[in-house]
Design a protein around this ligand. Structure first.
Ligand code: SDX
Length: 428
């Protein structure tokens, strides 16, 4: 890191403070403010708009240029040439696998896809109409109760097998949460199927007849997982890191990440986009919803639009739009929601309000249309996002635990009442 400095002159201080400026391999420099506490000074940055919480070598986003790199590789190239499990390997190991490494990794993941049969009992404690995300928060956190043999977070082998178990078991648990919600029996994973095909088989097969997975849909599903795999220090990844900084076991940390992802401002947006397109219902209503999105007194926001980092097109949204076209063509579906979405996007991108605020479609804008076309209910959309994001969460957790960390404990600006004495009841 170069020895660049920032000088801070503070009201009431005799001397200005010198703060080191740190440079990464890509992106903006950062001012290291860690020493401010020694001077009784703290910074204030709700929402962490200007705050880097860690160093990381996994994923890089250039929001102005709409660039997303995983271990240096552009997401567009990975979406075109790679597949989800290869990206999982790349995130975890930092390099693309050679053929033998790739085959070995796929084999390892296949051999962890089943869950402990006693986990089935956990599902039966939920109402049948429970939101699948509620189930996923519960069952993923509960995995720690089944793997006492590998919970030493300081043991690299325990961290690795936990990563493998989570990547392998998330689709199984996701499909189980869907099957439970529709009252159908769970379908066991099949090791003769690839990752995404296996997921679709567990989602849609029944014991009554053979279920043939459509290879075009399996490829689309694999690409959806791939596009969601990791995304720097987003809200759910930051939750995983903060939970991990207390030394909590990785299953509990991933469950915390799943809970954070559920919100409509984050991973819940894909479900909210479909609800929004349903509420719009017809292209003639688009202008009314655009006006609501622009109205400062209306809490309505255009779901699937805007991003804290991307101030240009989310590169994942572009790939997702192409995938959407492929899936609808394969299924011979003319979904009016796609037309509404495309019209909505066109109008918004020409509107001063969205241009001025640099609001573009994000990864969630088209995902829901694809998943709906595949017969997946909107309540499962964020579950699929969580499944796709698992390698990112666990890789970021490993990077923190293996690299040295302190417990995360933000400060605050206190605006409450100053000290006062207790008033006995008789005197109130
Ligand atoms: C994901 O961080 C990640 O990397 C997340 C993610 C990942 O892969 O992990 O990329 C996945 O979460 C994508 C985002 C999904 N969320 C949505 O699509 C929900 C709709 N979008 C927003 O709520 C919003 O854009 C956020 C939450 C995504 C970003 O919020 P910010 O960065 O805090 O921006 P902001 O709320 O300060 O908005 C800035 C301005 C405001 O207007 P003004 O007060 O300046 O007048 O833009 C407006 C906002 O009102 N605005 C919108 C809007 N998003 C922002 N106005 C209408 N519709 C929107 N969608």
């Amino acid at each position: 890191m170069a020895d660049k400095k920032a000088t801070l002159s503070v009201h009431g201080a005799n001397e200005p403070l010198e703060l080191p400026i740190l440079s990464g391999s890509e992106g903006s420099d950062v001012i290291d403010i860690n020493s401010l506490a020694q001077h009784g000074l703290f910074t204030y940055d709700p929402g962490f708009v200007s705050t880097a919480a860690c160093m990381s070598a996994i994923t890089y986003i250039d929001g102005d240029k709409g660039v997303l790199l995983h271990r240096g590789y552009p997401i567009e190239q990975l979406a075109e040439h790679s597949d989800y499990l290869e990206l999982c390997y790349l995130l975890l190991n930092g390099e693309l696998p050679k053929r033998a490494e790739r085959e070995a990794f796929v084999e390892v993941i296949k051999n962890h896809t089943m869950v402990h049969d006693q986990l089935r009992n956990l599902f039966s404690g939920f109402r049948r109409d429970a939101h699948p995300m509620a189930i996923m928060c519960g069952v993923v956190g509960a995995l720690s109760a089944f793997y006492h043999d590998s919970l030493d977070i300081d043991d690299a082998e325990h961290r690795t097998i936990t990563a493998h178990r989570l990547i392998a078991k998330m689709p199984t648990l996701a499909a189980m949460s869907y099957k439970y919600s529709i009252g159908q029996p769970f379908v066991y994973p099949r090791n003769d199927l690839d990752y995404a095909a296996n997921f679709l088989h567990m989602m849609f097969a029944t014991p009554c007849e053979e279920y043939e997975v459509n290879p075009v849909l399996a490829k689309a599903m694999d690409r959806i997982f791939l596009l969601h795999a990791d995304h720097e220090q987003n809200a759910s990844t930051s939750t995983v890191r903060l939970a991990g900084s207390t030394g909590a076991n990785p299953f509990a940390c991933i469950a915390a990440g799943i809970a954070a992802l559920w919100g409509p401002a984050h991973g819940g947006a894909n479900e909210a986009v479909l609800d929004m397109l349903g509420d719009i219902g017809d292209e003639k209503n688009i202008d009314k919803f655009i006006a609501r999105a622009k109205d400062p007194n209306d809490t309505f926001r255009l779901m699937g639009f805007g991003h804290r980092v991307y101030k240009n097109y989310d590169p994942r949204a572009k790939v997702m739009q192409e995938t959407c076209r492929e899936v609808l063509d394969e299924l011979g579906i003319e979904d009016p929601m796609l037309r509404i979405a495309q019209r909505l996007e066109k109008i918004a991108l020409e509107d001063e309000y969205f241009i001025e605020r640099r609001l573009y479609p994000n990864v969630d804008f088209y995902t829901g249309i694809i998943l709906k076309a595949m017969g997946i209910p909107s309540t499962m959309f964020t579950v699929i996002f969580a499944t796709g994001r698992t390698p990112g969460w666990i890789t970021q957790w490993i990077e923190m635990i293996a690299g040295g960390y302190r417990i995360g404990r933000p400060r605050q600006l206190y605006t409450g009442v100053s000290r006062r004495d207790y008033v006995p009841l008789a005197k109130r």
